[in-house]
Design a protein around this ligand. Sequence first.
Ligand code: PHE
Ligand code: NA
Length: 451
Amino acid sequence: METANVNRSHWSSRWAFILVTAGSAIGLGNIWKFPYMTGTNGGSAFVLVYLLCIVSIGLPLLMAETMLGRRGQGNPVAAMGVVAREAGLGRYWKIIGLIGVTGALLILSFYSVVAGWILEYTLRATAGFDGITKESAAAGFAGLLADPLRLIAWHSLFMVMTVFVVARGVTGGIEQANKIMMPALFAIVLGLIGYGMVTADMPAAFRFMFHFDVSAITREVVFSAMGHSFFTLSLGMGAIMAYGSYLDKGTSIVRTCFYVAIADTAIALLAGLAIFAIVFAKGLAPASGPGLILQTLPIAFSQMPGGVVVGPLFFLLVVFAAWTSSISLLEPFVALLIERFAFSRKRAAWATGGAVWLLGIAVALSFNEWSEVKLFGLGIFDLLDSLTTKIMMPLSGLLIAVFAGWMMQRRHVEDEIALGGKGFALWRMTLRYVSPIAIVAIFLHVIGVVG
Ligand code: PHE
Ligand code: NA
């Protein structure tokens, strides 16, 4: 089963690859998660560690994971089998692919529920948020979480949307969807920033995010920021590997991955600034958690001229961002079912989507009926988030760094990463030393062994 399949689909151009990979990276992680994590983790301390992690771990790994996918020419499990065999190593390296394809489904189960919140707010925004206050905004969000049927209905719709695109295939579905949705997203984020500049407290937002208060860096901040740097770049979950496997030989992995990382980081920072500018202007609490954007933006939309148009448009684009990411979470396992178990693409997409949908129902219930269900002190939603983001992603990333940095033959790596002299050496050094050491050090730090 480890044979490379020469007949697999390919993106139609280099530009298409950049777009779909940016589509995977840019999502709820940037617009929903980054702002609230920054808020609950002390602002600038979190932003600083996050940026350091992107440069020293995220970007090198983004290139490495793309490379493994392209070289392996198969779903993440098969691709790892191919590259391991080429390096004269055993089948156990497939564990990287396995952690990826299963982790992606776990992420998708809660990702879809959160995307459902955004669908609800798209609808609410069309009615306008007239007369909303910070108290009623908070109550409005709490009311949604308390309503299991509503959460499940939106989650179901979002899963159907996701399956629909993946079932249509790599170029006809995934690429097509991204080509429509991604450009629109950039436009609206810039628009919101413009609004924040003019009417909200941008200086306070800047101070909160960038005054780099090193003393506020705690264990929890470091652990969360590392996890988030994986989450935001879609790393270690097979998504990048799967997309890389549809990339043709001629495209520069270095250049495309660089653009993707820049775009992803820029969108997160811009979204953060826009949200915190509103938070501080309205006297809201930065640390209010996963509901932050849903308790903040409605207030802004209620006050800006044309808010009934801008509001729904904005939430719709967040739905788009989430959608282009969720299809990349579904694709790896679907590719596995197609290639390994001879499923048709349609059946693979619906079957996988169905399983994720069931798990998502448990996530939706964890906000209400099942809020008492705890494991390791965490509810179902928090548990799935922490397990994937803080454990599975860094672990898989560590293995990828070790594999690509130490196990693969140098000439095979050079063959894929067409970077001249210094650049190649710098990337490889970072991948071999900085990334794995940083990941291990952070793990040890968190369990209290060092620092
Ligand atoms: N990167 C996506 C986001 O920021 C989430 C994601 C994680 C997508 C892992 C694919 C794989 O929203
Ligand atoms: Na992201």
